[in-house]
Write a protein that binds this ligand. Sequence first.
Ligand code: PLP
Length: 404
Amino acid sequence: MNTKLIDPGGSGKPHCTGHPVLDTLVVRGSSLFEPYNGAISTPIYQSSTFRHPGLFESTGFDYSRVCNPTRAELERTIALIEHGKYGLAFSSGMGAISSLIKLYKPGDHLIVSEDLYGGTYRLFTEYYEPYGFAFSWVDTSNLALVEAALRPETKAVFIETPSNPMMKVSDIKGCAALIHRQGGRLIVDNTFLSPYFQNPLDLGADIVTHSGTKYLSGHNDTLSGFIVHSSDELEEPLRNIQKSEGASLAPFDAWLTLRGIKTLALRMKRCEQNAIRIARRLRSHERVEKVFFTGFEDHPQYALSCSQSRGFGGMISFYVKDPQDVPVVLKSVSLILFAESLGGVESLITYPLVQTHGAIPEAMRLAAGVTDRLLRLSVGIEDPEDLIADLEAAFRQCGTGGTL
Ligand code: PLP
């Protein structure tokens, strides 16, 4: 019996070279099957530690915080589908971001998208600013503002594109060119579009991060997070941070995420089709003032979206005309669930003001457009007419209603 593991070093190096169509890659992952017994589904190596054959000998796996075969398969797979050389899996998206920020040191300055996920804002301001890190919160969809915020000590630009929740699109190539001029890195949180619709590394980004909890896992049943990059220089420091911090992804959660990724292509297409339909209908509703969706041709960065992404995704934000509609809609939806997350098969509605962006100071939130009238929809894969009927029924509870 062959007792060699498929990736004895757990190096995270992709097995396949080149980039066959993503629709196939997501299903087959990195290893295609498990080599000893032919298991189609990657086994869950639920072991914290691994036996050494002898002194100074190793199977390549010593201790699961450092490396685990199930996680290694997931790390190779995410690297492959995100067009990177290396992938690292963490216990959550915040675990990934918190680990990668440790590449920097007190005195370093980072430019950050002004309307990014509130948890990232909290991590940076409450836990890293006190240690001497400096952050500038900038509308990164405007390259002139990014350029103006650059300082000699700026080491990175960190963007979410599309941004959360205002759906502003930042120019990935443009941001990369600006920060590369002074030897810094562009970091892109690619959670909203997933590697299925956007590959920032192909556009000049240096590091991609993900909340794998969202589209990658896709079923609202696990947390995970990723860092993907192609730098031989960064791989060792990042592995060392992962090993030292201990926010590595557990084997069962790695398996759930691997299973989710298999249907990423189908889910992303369906979420997007549903979102296009719902965004158009929401726009004409009498109780809705404005809809933010990157798939609208009159979205300010529509052309940019089309040039750097392969799709618009399933996220929609909208202002209702009357803030008093907000609690009524949130209480009245029944198929769409009022819950804080995104990217799963189930449609969710979120109130960014108190949920995802509750940690952001009021003045900054308002400047970014996160007001008491803003709702955010993560459109799932249900029948779109059922979702529309659910929203219509919720609006009817607010007053005169109207059809979507
Ligand atoms: N990045 C984005 C864009 C998010 O929306 C989130 C969570 O909502 C995170 C990062 C953090 O991910 P996690 O909740 O998996 O820690």
